[in-house]
Write a protein that binds this ligand. Structure first.
Ligand code: 13P
Length: 270
């Protein structure tokens, strides 16, 4: 699947990506109504990728409702085997054709559901195998930050999540820097925190996969993003977009944030 970007080797032209992670909110009816509302507020345009990540159950019906020139869909998780006796799981193989992206290794998966780097890696590989764009989430906890371990945590999560991939397979990869202490707390990272984390992430990608992969991978920020702070991240050259939880459930905030990204890109509605 070819990702749209204007010029493959120039970071300044990477297309911004705004993902709304609805987490375990909005049932089928609510999700459908909310999608309808968003589609009235956010025009179809080519300069920002706007992605919605509803619950697994609602994905299929929303995929029939959504205008894919306006919004793409993401799964919040997927299983790494393609089929078999794995009660309750949904594989990336079944999400093909329904979603374009899949979130992998979200901190709620890592810390509430005890997902390991090994599982995360297998999930990234299954997403790539099934032509979905993985959004690998990485980030340190408050205590890791307090102990000065952010660099090591990012290193371990990136190596753990991406080992065995080739540089070509990274073309579609998105990395979301989501410090755990910033998620759902209102305690968002400062733009300087984010710049430094993105620098570490790109350095690590460069070590693992070389310069071309480093330029092409999109790195986005998530953690208490809202209408008041979104611009401060979107205007950073190093940051290719946002992964938004709570504020993505507020149509006004979400559409305004998309509009900010759209204006920064200087794009036109199609
Ligand atoms: P909040 O924006 O609610 O902090 O959530 C961030 C997040 O976890 C997105 O995946």
């Amino acid at each position: 699947m070819a990702r749209e970007c204007y010029t493959k080797h120039k970071r300044e032209y990477m297309k911004k990506l705004i993902i709304g992670n609805w987490k375990m909110n909005l049932n089928m009816q609510e999700a459908s109504l909310y999608l309808h509302k968003l589609s009235e507020l956010i025009p179809a345009q080519r300069t920002v990728d706007v992605v919605l990540a509803p619950t697994m159950l609602t994905l299929q019906s929303l995929s029939l409702q959504v205008n894919r020139r306006q919004f793409k869909l993401a799964a919040q998780n997927s299983y790494w085997r393609d089929q078999g006796a794995y009660t309750g799981e949904v594989p990336a193989a079944h999400l093909r054709g329904i979603v374009d992206y899949v979130l992998i290794g979200h901190s709620e998966r890592r810390y509430l559901f005890m997902e390991s780097d090994k599982e995360t890696r297998a999930k990234v590989q299954s997403a790539v195998r099934n032509h979905l764009q993985p959004v690998l989430c990485v980030g340190e906890t408050a205590s890791e930050r307090a102990n000065g371990e952010t660099r090591d945590v990012l290193h371990d999560q990136l190596v753990g999540g991406l080992a065995n991939l080739t540089a070509d397979e990274l073309d579609e990869l998105v990395i979301a820097y989501e410090p755990v202490w910033a998620i759902g707390t209102g305690n968002n990272a400062t733009p300087d925190d984010v710049k430094e984390a993105v620098r570490i992430i790109r350095h690590q990608i460069n070590q693992l996969f070389g310069a071309r992969a480093t330029k092409e991978v999109r790195v986005i920020y998530g953690g208490s993003v809202n209408i008041d702070n979104a611009q401060s991240y979107l205007s950073l050259d190093q940051v290719d977009g946002l992964l938004i939880g709570g504020a993505s459930l507020d149509a006004h905030q979400f559409s305004e944030i998309v509009d900010m990204a759209y204006k920064l890109e200087g794009g036109r509605a199609s």
